[in-house]
Structures are given as structure tokens and as C-alpha cells.
Design a protein around this ligand. Sequence first.
Ligand code: TA6
Length: 278
Amino acid sequence: MIQVKSFENGFKYIEVTNDIASAKIALQGAHIYEYKCKGKDDILWLSETSSFEDGTAIRGGIPICWPRFGSLDESLPAHGFSRTSKFELLGAQEISRTLTEVTLLLKDTKESRALWDVAFELEVIFRVGETLKVEMKTINRDKKEFMITQALHTYFSVSSIADVKIFGLEEKPFLDTLKDEESSEKKEISIDAECDRVYQDVDRDIVLKDKNRTIILKAEGSSSAIVWNPWIEKGSRMSGMRADAYREFVCIETANAFNDFRLIKPQESHTLSVILSS
Ligand code: TA6
């Protein structure tokens, strides 16, 4: 089943249910904030104090950072403007009893061109089934080439951040944005303090091992990834979440970030995607 629903304040979302999974996707930001596979724990973390209102990004799920990741480009909001933009429902299809596809579309507007003078289409395609696939397809509808950086800023629900180990990024170079230093590590990642790392040369699946489960991220169109947890001090200052919520999630973001930026020629496109499985 595919239904378009609204909160009391009119905030619209799409609810998908099929024989094996369910999901909720806000039209604002093409923001999936719930994905449940029958018989399994939720993969996505959602802040219990997140707002669901126009102009404020939901805290949790998979925020879409586009046409910029981060805040290096001061002419655009941090993480771009897509996550507070109104997408339209382009298509929704029950491919089988256990697979549903939903496509949302964002096109340039007068408002977007005031921020970023570019004609574009951004399609976000969700395939909800035993796994969750999210694709971001950027199409250049302009007469000039443009550059994007982007990320699927996924918040993963974990039993406790202290029990988490992340594999697949060993030996990969990363920018530690907290120290503004390049580094790399031989061993898997475990988190016992604020962590904000932008990895490059990422070329294999990333594996999140929690106490009771393993989540696999299979990316395409991406050779960078971010690992982030705000820990205690920054966690207490983050909007839309409890001060101690840092314990419950880790962000592992499939991206085209920093040196992994992408140039898109007129009428050409670039697709970044991730398949999440547990
Ligand atoms: O991806 C990590 C990061 O850039 C952190 O530096 C932190 O700012 C996080 O994203 C959340 O950003 P937000 O704008 O959603 O509060």
C-alpha cells in the first residue's frame, strides 16, 4: 500500500507498506525517516524530539545533503537546501508484494536560483523491501556544467554507541574535521569521543557491527564517506534531539564529499546510491 498522509500541521509524508517492510518518507527533503523490515529492529534512528514542520530538517532517518555537503560553500545553507525543499511525488509503484518503489522530484525554482543559479532536476528513488535502496540522481538541465557535493546523511540506530564497530574504512585516508588533520587508521572504527571524519578513496562495503546485529552499506557512485557522532558536549547542543541521544545513533554517510565532488555536464547526470541491509 502507498498512501500520502499529513500531520495535523499539514506536513506531508508518504507511507509505504508491503509484505516485508514499511517506510515513511516526508515530501520535504525527500526525507525517509522510518524503515522497518518485518521481524527486524529499525535500521534508522529518529529523534523522539524531532520536529515535523516546514523549513526545519527532520533529525534522524536519511537527510539528503545537496547540492552541497557541509558548510564550506558559504553561499548555500549547511548541507545545501534540498532537505528543507518541497519535493513532488513523481511516481510510486508496487513492483511486487515485497518491493515498493517511490520516486520524488525537485526542480529548480525562483527561490533555488536565487541561492544557486542552476537549472537542475534531483530525483530521489526509494526501493523499500527486504533491503532499503536510496538513489539520488542529479540531472543537469542547464547550459553550463555545474559541481555538486552531496551525502545520504544516514542516522543508524544502535544499542549503545560504546558497543559499535565500523569496518571497511581501515587504512583509508580521512580528514578529521575536529582537528583539521589528515589521518588514517589500521583498525576498525570504535567511538569513545566526538567523531567527525570525512573518508576518501572508499571502495568497499562499510559494515556497522552493533551488539546484536550487523548492517551493511553498499554504495555506488561514491568514493567518500563520513562517520559522525556528536558525543556528549556537541550532542547537548544539537537541535531536535535529547542531550543524551548521542548514545543511540551513529551517522555513516554515503557521499560525494570534498575531493570526491562531481562535475555534471549539460544534459548529463550523476547518481549516488546506497543499499542498506541487515
Ligand atoms: O556529517 C557530519 C556533520 O557535518 C557534522 O559536522 C554535524 O554538523 C552534522 O553533520 C549534523 O549537521 P546538521 O546540520 O544536520 O545539524
